[in-house]
Design a protein around this ligand. Structure first.
Ligand code: NDP
Length: 473
């Protein structure tokens, strides 16, 4: 059993203020309680912000080398404890252990490494004629993270904020508190000065809301649903703090008529199904030429049917569970709505996969005959559910791709890279990946429209935590 009963405040593990409650930590594969965690209050947030405010003047004036030293020690600490981190992530969100090791922890380490590289090269002061533009840390940063890629978000936000010279208060998702606690132990071991990094667990509506409203917090960096992102911005507005939002998506994959259909469809399905479809940039709408539609649906269904869904602790498992019961029920509800609205189930469907009687397992589901005005094509499902939509020509494909409230990511498959780039230029989204290209962590990451307004990663991500000052004369 895990006992996450203390918060990390001002350099020490500290008992919660009076009035907090205990919540259960549930393993979604067994639905067994695997631990308990303290849920913070506004008073805990006050203590954390006070510590971060006290630490800010000294930390904001540290040299680049001192910050690099700390970040490199944190990276080394995470590397040394990567198996603990992978086990925690697998237990708390039901990610297959192989995915937890390679993707969850692997990407988190890569993020830390990228922050180190970015900090090494970042120009905090640039001449402008005889004047100067200085980039200065904005102040105390409140960091609120989601459960789907928990450690990646924690590492990226914390490391970037510290690199900028900010001090931080982290509120991880209550669904995934364990990896964040291990991370806090690592930061402590790495020798972060007291108050530079603080951790308060608890509910978004309580701890998250208090952090957003707090006068001592200069900026909130938030990843999660658009619904909660709006609340964050509302609560932050009276104190005019900066809010960086990384929100939901309904990302299209346009398979152009000159693409290798088999490769494009298979790559798209695999990218979506990874992490049980719980990825903000997942390609959830697959747009294929009408005259290749049936072939595309057949390939997608075969790929989905071939996936090994099951026990996350089994090294051969490709798809684990949905992370929590509320989300599991949402996925089931959305599959039901897809059927009610007339989409055809080409693979998967409601309920659990055959042979899995317990646990929050959903069936990798391919919906055919989907129109872009159906609920399953408009709302973020955050589960292993693909909508395959036919299009008539390139203009029609681009119109469907852009006909969404979201604009986080998009994907284009084509035999002609120049053509794919021309299509990419017409898509309203923060990133467009061509032919299954893997991500580059030095590039900006974020959304258009309801997918948010912040940019993470690389120099753009670091700039989010900085104020800009003109020194004239
Ligand atoms: P939320 O957006 O509610 O949770 C994300 C984080 O925000 C959590 O730490 C949460 O706290 C916190 N939070 C919630 N409400 C507030 C608030 N009013 N003020 C400050 N912080 C708050 O995600 P859910 O878990 O509810 O997931 C629901 C849907 O969100 C999913 O179905 C999916 O569509 C989408 N989602 C998108 C993600 C993305 O990366 N784009 C990530 C996760 C979810 P708490 O610990 O209490 O949940």
């Amino acid at each position: 059993m895990y006992h996450a009963d203390k918060f990390y405040l001002n350099g020490a593990w500290t008992a919660p203020a009076a009035g907090g409650t205990l919540a259960e930590i549930v393993n979604p594969a067994t639905e067994a309680v695997i631990g308990t965690m303290a849920m913070g209050t506004a008073e805990d947030v006050d203590r954390a912000v006070e510590a971060a405010c006290s630490a800010f003047p000294a930390w904001s004036e540290t040299s680049r080398e001192a910050r690099l030293d700390l970040l490199e020690r944190i990276l080394a600490g995470c590397t040394a404890r990567k198996e603990d981190l992978a086990m925690a992530i697998s237990a708390e969100i039901g990610a297959p252990i192989s995915l937890a090791r390679t993707a969850h922890v692997g990407l988190a380490l890569a993020q830390l490494d990228m922050v180190v590289k970015t900090l090494r090269e970042f120009a905090f002061e640039t001449p402008h004629g005889s004047n100067t533009v200085r980039r200065e840390p904005i102040g105390v940063a409140g960091l609120i993270t989601a459960w789907n890629w928990p450690l990646v978000m924690v590492c990226n936000k914390v490391a970037t904020a510290l690199a900028a010279g900010c001090t931080v208060v982290l509120k991880p998702s209550e669904i995934a508190p364990l990896d964040a606690r291990i991370f806090a132990e690592i930061v402590h071991e790495a020798g972060a000065p007291a108050g530079v990094f603080n951790l308060v667990q608890g509910a978004g509506q309580v701890v998250g809301a208090a952090l957003c409203a707090h006068r001592g917090v200069a900026m909130v960096s938030f990843t999660g649903s658009t619904r909660a992102g709006i609340e964050v911005a509302r609560n932050a507005a009276p104190t005019v703090k900066r809010v960086a939002q990384e929100l939901g998506g309904k990302s299209p994959l346009i398979v152009l008529d000159d693409a290798d259909l088999g490769t494009a469809v298979k790559t798209g399905v695999m990218q979506l199904m990874m992490n049980s479809g719980q990825t903000c940039v997942a390609p959830t709408r697959m747009l294929v030429p009408r005259d290749r539609y049936d072939d595309a649906v057949g390939i997608a269904a075969a790929v989905a049917n071939g996936l090994k869904v099951g026990d996350p602790s089994d090294a051969g498992t490709q798809v684990g569970t949905i992370s929590n019961r509320q989300q599991y029920e949402k996925v089931q509800r959305m599959i039901g709505i897809g059927i009610e609205e007339g989409a055809r189930v080409a693979a998967g469907g409601p309920g659990r996969p055959d042979g899995l009687a317990h646990g929050l397992y959903a069936r990798p589901t391919i919906f055919a005959d989907v129109r872009n005005d159906m609920t399953i094509a408009r709302e973020e499902i955050f589960g292993p559910v693909l909508a395959v939509i036919p299009y008539d020509d390139e203009d029609d494909a681009i119109a469907i791709a852009n006909d969404t409230d979201y604009g986080l990511a998009a994907y284009v498959a084509s035999g002609d890279t120049a053509r794919a780039r021309r299509v990419a230029a017409r898509i309203r989204a923060g990133s467009v990946r061509i032919n299954g290209a893997s991500t580059d962590l030095s590039l900006p990451f974020g959304g258009y429209k309801a997918s948010g307004n912040g940019r993470e990663n690389g120099a753009h991500g670091l700039a989010e935590f900085l104020e800009c000052k003109a020194v004239i004369g």
